[in-house]
Design a protein around this ligand. Structure first.
Ligand SMILES: NC(=O)C1=CN([C@@H]2O[C@H](COP(=O)(O)OP(=O)(O)OC[C@H]3O[C@@H](n4cnc5c(N)ncnc54)[C@H](OP(=O)(O)O)[C@@H]3O)[C@@H](O)[C@H]2O)C=CC1
Ligand SMILES: Nc1c(N[C@@H]2O[C@H](COP(=O)(O)O)[C@@H](O)[C@H]2O)[nH]c(=O)[nH]c1=O
Length: 341
């Protein structure tokens, strides 16, 4: 693991502010939303905020519920997650609640690149990280594509003052349209879950699908999902789902009519590079995809040359298909099977 699974969390007004412009901290969440945040805090290994949030809010960043702290301890975890911050200035104030016991880590000064900080947290055993703001920190994670999830609670109030901090600052958010996950109500707040990197999200769906594959000593577990240009799933499948020699891409394609007009603008995701040669069948997955008219393929792991030498990427690209390889997701694909080596 090169970095923890990272969840960004914020509460904001309907006009997008996470605080007002006064010295006093603005509470946006009501009791039910604080309880939701508490549950989220109890589910992570570490909670991070920026140095300015420590200076302005003096947060405790602990799990408030006695039961949740006890449950964590019963699972062999510290009662509270590790508290994390970073600072370029080094000015934090020793009496901050952040320093109330030794369950914390401070990165910097000087300024630390986010990937370096995240790699260090991963080495400390942090697998799941909650980032609670503020604006500068959220902007850094999102513009560097280092957030796996965003949980936004919208409180039914207006701040109406552009001097106040917003959820994010100006920046280049390369996310495109995010994937909308769950929407729920917490008291009078509306909580939305987003997955900022749609390709990463769908590849992870493929990985989950691949876990369903009947085991085989001679073929990898693979999952595939076909997604329309509107962001909606068209179909999915996994290797050996209906036949011992079927591949995931074939299974997903078999569930769609070849005349379905959505295919002409769809993306097919596969945890593994689509195959270019087959031992068991005449047609490779790359050929099936080219024949289907799907114009874009995204995969996680290049096919290791264990069973056949894969050239699916090259075959698809030569046919004019846009092919995206996501090496950042490849380690997660490999975790599914020892066959990947
Ligand atoms: N409603 C909500 O959910 C939340 C609201 N808030 C609000 O957000 C506001 C604070 O946000 P904001 O002012 O943007 O500040 P942040 O909390 O995002 O902290 C920014 C600080 O982080 C440090 N920093 C940034 N990048 C790096 C880096 N690469 N390496 C090391 N340190 C770095 C710097 O600290 P330094 O200056 O020390 O160098 C920088 O000033 C407050 O008003 C707070 O109330 C905060 C959290 C949640
Ligand atoms: N104001 C605000 C949030 N602010 C966040 O909560 C932190 C303080 O929590 P605590 O550790 O309990 O003191 C604060 O530093 C900031 O990260 N969060 C929310 O979900 N809703 C809110 O309305």
């Amino acid at each position: 693991m090169t970095r923890p699974y990272t969840i960004l969390s914020a509460a904001m007004s309907v006009d997008g502010y996470i605080d007002d412009a006064t010295e006093e901290r603005l509470i946006l969440s009501g009791d039910e939303d604080w309880d939701r945040v508490d549950e989220l805090r109890a589910s992570v290994d570490a909670i991070m905020v920026g140095a300015n949030t420590i200076r302005r809010d003096n947060p405790r960043l602990g799990v408030r519920s006695d039961k949740r702290r006890a449950d964590r301890e019963a699972r062999g975890l510290p009662a509270n997650p590790l508290r994390v911050t970073f600072t370029a200035s080094g000015s934090l104030g020793n009496d901050a609640a952040f320093f109330r016991d030794d369950n914390f880590v401070v990165f910097g000064p000087p300024a630390v690149p986010l990937p370096v900080m995240l790699a260090d947290l991963a080495r400390r055993g942090v697998r799941r990280l909650l980032v609670e703001g503020g604006s500068a920190v959220h902007t850094a994670f999102l513009t560097q594509n280092l957030a796996d999830e965003v949980r936004l609670a919208v409180a039914p109030i207006f701040v109406g003052d552009s001097r106040a901090p917003r959820f994010v600052q100006d920046g280049r958010f390369g996310t495109g349209r995010m994937v909308l996950g769950e929407i729920r109500q917490a008291g009078d707040c509306t909580v939305m879950q987003f997955f900022p990197d749609a390709d990463r999200y769908w590849l992870r769906q493929c990985i989950e699908e691949s876990r369903k594959c009947p085991p085989s000593e001679t073929a990898y577990p693979v999952g595939a999902v076909i997604v329309g240009s509107d962001g909606r799933e068209i179909s999915r499948g996994y290797s050996r789902e209906t036949d011992p020699t079927a591949h995931a891409e074939e299974e997903a394609l078999a569930k769609v009519s070849p005349d379905d007009p959505r295919l002409k603008t769809a993306t097919i995701y596969s945890s593994l590079e689509p195959c270019s040669t087959r031992k068991s069948r005449p047609r490779s997955c790359a050929q099936w995809i080219i024949g289907s008219g799907i114009p874009r393929v995204v995969f996680g792991l290049r096919e290791p040359s264990r069973f056949v030498v894969g050239a699916g990427f090259e075959m698809l690209a030569a046919a004019g298909v846009t092919v995206v390889e996501r090496p950042d997701v490849a380690p997660e694909v490999k975790l599914v099977s020892t066959l990947y080596g």
